[in-house]
Design a protein around this ligand. Structure first.
Ligand code: IPE
Ligand code: IPE
Ligand code: MG
Length: 241
């Protein structure tokens, strides 16, 4: 399999990645989990560049920290947020130069002041870029996202601004964290795990799921291309014949 198999006229418009396997990558090398997360940051750059270079991918969404990841040790959580801030700052100029708009997706409550100011600066600086959107899911949970949308809808209904009979799929979609986000076309999960882990439950409704056996720190452009080729071999039916 090589890039020649990839049909650039039929690219998924929205790709998302559940970046998994940093811990196992580190364990296999006798390293700390922190080192695994550090190594994973390199793959974030490769995946972003890889999607941007293909041209037709409108959005890439990366799952960086779930609402369930707070269950990890305080040390690991601190490491993850330290790395997030560090890499947002390191990559910001380059992302901006590449015309990438960065959007952070998740609940703000619970995040530290430092991370919040870093992500706000990043979003503000890149907000008018149009080459590709990079959504980074931080403190993100698919169920929490739907709960928050329901709260917004209920508040509008109680205030008399929304008729209950008018609530439809668009009403919900418009109140998700990033309302303009298209449904997922291709959902990649690395490290061989075959589960959603509370990721984009609404938007993944008709996503094609490709599980890569590669651990996230080893994921590069070649494996990205392979997953896209696998996606292109699928027949998407959307419930039709
Ligand atoms: C993914 O790697 C990073 C995050 C979930 C933040 P893991 O830390 O889950 O790695 P494994 O699954 O333990 O190998
Ligand atoms: C999913 O990976 C969350 C992220 C990649 C941020 P996890 O490693 O947390 O998922 P589980 O625990 O294996 O389901
Ligand atoms: Mg994991």
């Amino acid at each position: 399999m090589n890039q020649a198999d990839l049909d650039i006229t039929r690219l998924p418009r929205h790709v998302a990645i559940i970046m998994d396997g940093n811990g196992r990558w580190a364990k296999a090398r006798g390293l700390t989990r922190a080192r695994g997360h550090e190594a994973g940051a390199r793959s974030v750059r490769l995946a972003t560049e890889g999607c941007r270079e293909l041209g037709g991918i409108e959005s890439l969404t990366l799952y960086a920290f779930s609402t369930e990841n707070w269950r990890r040790s305080k040390t690991e959580v601190n490491t993850l947020f330290r790395l997030l801030s560090k890499h947002i700052n390191l990559e910001l100029d380059n992302l901006h130069k590449e015309g990438i708009r960065v959007v952070i997706m998740g609940r703000r409550e619970g995040l530290g002041a430092r991370v919040l100011s870093d992500i706000d600066r990043c979003m503000e600086k890149t907000r008018n870029n149009t080459a590709m959107t990079l959504n980074i899911a931080i403190n993100y949970g698919g169920r929490t996202e739907i709960v928050d949308a329901c709260r917004a809808i209920a508040a509008e209904a109680v205030a008399g601004k929304l008729a209950v009979d008018s609530i439809d799929e668009a009403t919900i979609a418009e109140r998700l964290y990033v309302p303009q986000t298209r449904d997922l076309d291709l959902l990649i999960r690395t490290s061989g795990e075959m589960r959603l882990s509370n990721f984009m439950l609404w938007q993944a409704s008709y996503a094609e799921i490709v599980v890569s056996p590669v651990l996230w720190p080893d994921f590069g452009k070649a494996e990205l291309h392979r997953t896209i080729v696998e996606y292109q071999q699928r027949v998407r039916r959307f419930g039709g014949r």
